[in-house]
Every structure is written in structure tokens, then in C-alpha cells.
Design a protein around this ligand. Structure first.
Ligand code: BG6
Length: 300
């Protein structure tokens, strides 16, 4: 019995959830319920697709994405953990941490009577993770595929000392035309402008995207809404136990420079990332647990 048969025997739910070979030969969980459909790769615990029944996908996935066990997937919801961006003091470490580069294990798949399907994935510290980050932890990721996409990342410190880490649910929203979207929910907030020498600035009014945008909004716990006139819809990212919000679009030149992103794809995506980074990094006492969550949905 191969790995996939073994996983299906243990976890599949006939007609609702099954493990199949996805792009690049990587295993993925396909969920199809009465409410929604989703694709979830074990590589990086990466949700690459979510759509409610009969509606357009909420997530962007690059046509040029790598699907390889040593590279992150471009699009969907990469998990950044235990650091965000480059690792401080270690230029050889992978950008955004190792969680998006490792194979997570399935903890369980459950179907609820009202149609929501819950998938639980797990990642534990190992020699591989300790080589980069000398702490013991257990991460559990609960993905609820229903009338919205609910994501819960729970981290337990299994070390004997305090541990501090950064995390992000690096959500790539699918938009019709990023040049015409209006992003609400961050007015009056402080942000680090990563495309302007990491200067600290204050947001006036709503955000529009008029060039490369890479901003970390600090101390932000409110929901963010994205008005997308080109697709005639409004997306909402609600969240909990998250104090940072990252807004990212690479625009023209950076899109061209990325090998795993199409030159013309930048107008069709916008990252609104539910995070705890920089001054909002999480500090956990031995044995303590932290759970950050995000809900991504279309406003009705
Ligand atoms: C964003 C960062 O969250 O992710 C950007 O703020 C970065 O600086 C972007 O360019 C994409 O990162 P990566 O590693 O997936 O190319």
C-alpha cells in the first residue's frame, strides 16, 4: 500500500474528503462538501484553493508556482513560522521560516452535519527544525472548510524556556484588479513601510494600491475588508489573537523578478496577512499555547 492509499484508508470521507496526488506529485487533501471546496497540500499545510459552492475562488494561486518539496507554494495561504521575512542574524535561513517548507501530518478529518469539513494538520519539532531554531514545539493547524474558510494556527511551547516567534497566515486574496480595490480597516494605524526604507508611517483613510506595496501594520486587531469593484464583491479577513496585518502586492518590476510568479499576475492578487511579527512577536512560557485565527469570506 503506498502512502496515499494508507492515508485514504485512515482519513478519507467518501464523497467529501480524499487524499490525492496534487501538482508536482505532492499529496493534497481535496475537500468537496455541500458548502464549499478546497485543496490543502500537506507540504507547508498549504491551502491553495477555497470556493463556496457555485462562487468564484477567494484565493489566488500563481500559474507559475513551484510545487516541490524544497520550495514554498506561491499563492493560497502559506504559513510563515517561526520567523517572518529574513531570519534575524542568519542570512542562510529560509525566508518566512521553515513551516511552509515541511510536510505536515494529518491529525484528522471530520465532516459536520451542516456541511463544514474540518482538517487538522500537525507539525512537531525535529532534528531538522532544531538545526534552524533550537526549540521544541508542536503546531496544530485547524482548517474549517464551510460557508467561509476558517484557519486556526495553534503553537505550544514544549521547551523548558521562554520562546519567542513570529507567524503569519500569508493569505493571497484573488482580486479582479488590484489597482481599483479599496482596503478598509487600517485607517489611523502605524505601519512599517518596507518599500521606503522601513520608515514608520501612519495610514490616512483607506488603502489603495498604486505601486509596489509591502507594509506591516502594527497593533492591528480589526477585520480588514477589500472592496473589489472589478469582481463586484467585497472580501473580509477577520482574525483573532493577531496584532499585525501585512499588506503586500509586488507590482510590475518585482513580479518580473520572481521566478515563481507570472509577469502579468500582480493585478489579480492582494495579500492581507493575519500575523504577529516584529514588535508583535509572540512570547510563550514553557508549556503555554497560543492560537491565532483568521476567517476569510465574501461579504453577503
Ligand atoms: C510578504 C513580505 O509578506 O511576503 C514581502 O512582506 C515578501 O517582503 C513577500 O516579498 C513574499 O515573500 P516570499 O518569500 O514568499 O517571496
Amino acid at each position: 500500500m503506498n502512502d496515499q492509499d494508507h492515508l485514504n484508508k485512515k482519513f478519507s470521507i467518501p464523497g467529501i474528503a480524499k487524499i490525492e496526488v496534487g501538482a508536482g506529485g505532492l499529496p493534497r487533501i481535496n475537500v468537496t462538501s455541500s458548502l464549499a471546496e478546497s485543496h490543502i497540500y500537506l507540504h507547508g499545510a498549504h491551502v491553495t484553493h477555497f470556493a463556496t459552492r457555485g462562487q468564484k475562488p477567494l484565493l489566488f494561486l500563481s500559474e507559475k508556482s513551484f510545487f516541490s518539496s524544497d520550495k514554498p507554494i506561491r499563492g493560497g495561504v502559506p504559513i510563515c513560522f517561526p520567523w517572518f521575512g529574513p531570519k534575524a542574524g542568519d542570512s542562510t535561513a529560509a525566508m518566512h521560516g521553515f513551516a511552509r517548507l515541511l510536510a505536515w501530518e494529518i491529525g484528522g478529518i471530520t465532516a459536520r452535519p451542516e456541511g463544514t469539513v474540518g482538517v487538522e494538520l500537525q507539525l512537531k519539532s525535529s532534528d531538522q527544525t532544531r538545526a534552524r531554531w533550537p526549540f521544541d514545539f508542536q503546531a496544530t493547524y485547524q482548517i474549517n472548510v464551510g460557508k467561509n474558510l476558517e484557519l486556526r494556527l495553534r503553537v505550544t511551547n514544549q521547551s523548558t524556556q521562554n520562546v519567542s516567534f513570529e507567524e503569519a497566515l500569508h493569505t493571497y486574496l484573488s482580486v479582479g484588479d488590484v489597482k481599483s480595490v479599496a482596503i478598509n480597516g487600517l485607517a489611523g494605524r502605524r505601519f512599517i513601510d518596507k518599500v521606503d526604507g522601513a520608515k514608520e508611517k501612519t495610514q490616512t483613510g483607506h488603502i489603495t494600491i498604486t505601486g509596489e506595496t509591502d507594509r506591516v501594520y502594527l497593533d492591528t486587531t480589526d477585520a480588514v475588508t477589500v472592496d473589489d469593484p472589478a469582481l463586484s464583491r467585497k472580501l473580509i479577513v477577520r482574525k483573532g489573537s493577531s496584532s499585525s496585518t501585512v499588506v503586500w502586492n509586488p507590482w510590475i518590476a518585482k513580479a518580473k523578478a520572481m521566478a515563481d510568479f507570472g509577469d502579468d499576475e500582480w493585478p489579480h492578487m492582494l495579500c492581507i496577512e493575519t500575523a504577529n511579527v516584529a514588535a508583535n512577536a509572540v512570547s510563550l512560557a514553557p508549556g503555554a499555547t497560543h492560537e491565532m485565527w483568521a476567517v476569510i469570506e465574501e461579504a453577503k
